[in-house]
Design a binder for this molecule. Sequence first.
Ligand SMILES: [Zn+2]
Length: 53
Amino acid sequence: MKEIRCGNCHRKLAEGEYTRLNIKCPRCGTMNQLRTESPEPERRRASQVQSSD
Ligand SMILES: [Zn+2]
């Protein structure tokens, strides 16, 4: 799980998994727009070459 913190005051807002999240900090009122493009670091598999027997 990831800690979600305010980008302005670093107050901990939540904890969890997300791909997109809008959360307003109750302390400073900053709207934090968070997103993760992909859950795993981008790694491209080399396409497996199918060799015919
Ligand atoms: Zn804040």
